[in-house]
Design a protein. Structure first.
Length: 116
């Protein structure tokens, strides 16, 4: 069982930066692939970035490549998403998730709002 809590969302102007954090409880964190999803109003939830258990392999959706960086610290059971050069279209609720077989564990979400 993994429990996830996100923090770090907020309101920022276009071009600004935010850093999201995800704190995980559970002894299996280091074995889970982790990811950040987001869901904007009226849109489906999408996988923004993922990171393998060892931290040496990451994936990004095309729209955030070069702007967002996902990272994890298995010793501290934490994961982060550094978001730079934010755009209004990045506005969404961002969710931390852990993958066992499917994306089985979710945080409660944190709002990110980017003003133009």
């Amino acid at each position: 069982q993994v429990q996830l809590v996100e923090s770090g969302g907020g309101l920022v102007q276009a071009g600004g930066s935010l850093r999201l954090s995800c704190a995980a409880s559970g002894r299996t964190f280091s074995r889970n692939t982790m990811g950040w999803f987001r869901q904007a109003p009226g849109k489906e939830r999408e996988l923004v970035a993922s990171i393998m258990s060892s931290g040496d392999s990451t994936t990004y959706v095309d729209s955030v490549k070069g702007r967002f960086t996902i990272s994890r610290d298995n010793a501290k059971n934490t994961m982060a998403l550094q978001m730079n050069d934010l755009k209004p279209e990045d506005t969404a609720v961002y969710y931390c998730a852990a993958k066992r077989i499917a994306w089985d564990y979710w945080g409660q979400g944190t709002q990110v709002t980017v003003s133009s």
